[in-house]
Structure formats: C-alpha cells, structure tokens
Design a protein around this ligand. Sequence first.
Ligand SMILES: C[S@@+](CC[C@H](N)C(=O)[O-])C[C@H]1O[C@@H](n2cnc3c(N)ncnc32)[C@H](O)[C@@H]1O
Length: 284
Amino acid sequence: MDLAGLVDWADTVLANTGLDNPRHEARLIVGYGLGISFEQTLRDEACRITKADLSCVLPLICRRVSREPLAHITGIREFWSLDFGVGAECLTPRPDSECVVESALIVLRDGAAEPFVLDLGTGSGCLLLSVLHEFSEAHGIGVDRSYKTVQRAHLNSCLLKLNDRADFIVGDWGASLKHRFDLILCNPPYVRARDISDLMPEVSRYEPWLALDGGYDGLSSFRAIAPQLSRLLVPYGVACIEVGAGQAASVIKLFSEHGLKLHSRRADLAGVERCLMFERLPAM
Ligand SMILES: C[S@@+](CC[C@H](N)C(=O)[O-])C[C@H]1O[C@@H](n2cnc3c(N)ncnc32)[C@H](O)[C@@H]1O
C-alpha cells in the first residue's frame, strides 16, 4: 500500500463514521501518525507504507471512529492562531470563544497601561494567553476548579513563552482572590445539564463535565459569578462574559442585579450573541 491508498482507506472509514470532513481528517491523522506534515501527505502520495507505519496510524483512526475529538488525538488545537496543548482534562477551545478575545482587546486598547487580567474558568488558558499574546503590557491570573486543567494552562503558558506574565491557580471562581482586576474574562459552563447527552459525541463523551454543566437551566455558573465581579473589578473595569445562544437577556438581568452595567455585546461568526461586556459601576 502507498500513502495515497492509506489516506483513501482512512477517508472511507471516517466517512462511514459520519464525520463532516472525513478526507481532511484522514490526511491530518495519517500525517500525525507518520510524523509528517499535512502538506507532505499531499506531496509524497506514492511513498510505500510499512507495517510499522500502519501500526502507528490504525489505532489513531480507531480512536477517531469512537468519536474521540481530533484535538485529543493530535494533542493540539489552534485558537487565535496560537497552538494550545489540549487533552481530556480541559475543554477544547472553540472558535466562538475568539469573540471574547476580540472584545477584550477593544477594552484594553482604551484602558490601563499595564492591565491586570483575570480569567475565570481558564481551561486550556486560551482566553488569557491569547490576550497576553496580543497585549504585551498585560499580565494576569487564570483560575480553574480543576487541578489538572490548571496544570495544562500553565504548560501552555510555558509553550507560548507567556509564563512570566501568567499565573494559574486552583479555585472556586474568584472566591479566594484578594486583588482587583482591570479586565475579567470568563467562559463558564453554560449547557443545561439535561442537554449534555444530546451534544455531539465528541463533546458529550470526551469533554469534561465540569466544563459543560450549567445546571438545570444553564445559568448556574452565571449565578455564582455575578455576585463576585464587582468586588474583583477596579472602578470602570470590564468583564467579558461568554454566553450560550439565547442566554443574553437572562445574564444581563442577573448581572445588573449585582451592580454591573452592560457596556456592549458582540456576536460570534455565526451571528449568535456570544460575548457580553459589563462595566463595574464606580459606587460599588
Ligand atoms: C466552558 S469551559 C471554558 C474553558 C476556557 N476558558 C475556554 O474558553 O476554552 C469552563 C471552565 O470553567 C471551569 N470551572 C467550572 N466550575 C468552576 C468553578 N466553580 N470555579 C472555577 N472554574 C470552574 C471548568 O473546569 C472549565 O475549565
């Protein structure tokens, strides 16, 4: 068998599994298994495949057939054009969440010279690290309930050479924090508990429950975070909060009950209202 034949076979198997882009994924997985780039899988199609090569690729295809996310198999997910190490311990960063980074950069452009940034529920660290990457004067803290997730975020900060400006700690949202921040980022779990099993298998079976479960109505984490934000923000500080489809009105009401004023809102690429920005009123 040559490389083209192996890609064809993997393509057929993944198509039968019902994946959306089987050929693209087949090429990525074959390339990853053989230790060659995606481009090389196109260039070297006539290359002979050995038994040893097959033993590197077949287990990976089997993992994808069982709907393990591609990012867990390759261990990498691109977010904000940066490579983040990912695994079963953290949510795989979503393109939708880039809209939180876009919102944060707009806020930072007009804000403090050396902003102090907090990322609540940091996961892979993708939100905080993307902001620090763009804004070289910023420094910050990422908090997560999960120790393994915090380890992953720290590792990502080292890989991206941002560890001198980013600390990661285990915590229950901002409960243990004594500082005030110029900017807060947060993408909390917001899926209704009863809906999790209906999500695509890559998510329902492989993403951490702690990263998805928003309680009976999807809003439990917002309820926990809302009373903490005013204490954690400097006057006129801004919190950029990711919300699920259809949750904006409830979250705006909830946060306004805790002294936070809606500053602006932003839709993701699909046009879904995804990021709400709240300002701390000075009297709080
Ligand atoms: C939706 S994920 C977001 C991860 C990452 N910020 C991102 O945007 O990809 C939510 C994160 O919140 C964390 N989390 C859940 N409950 C928490 C709590 N009580 N305190 C701190 N973090 C929590 C989860 O472990 C998970 O990493």
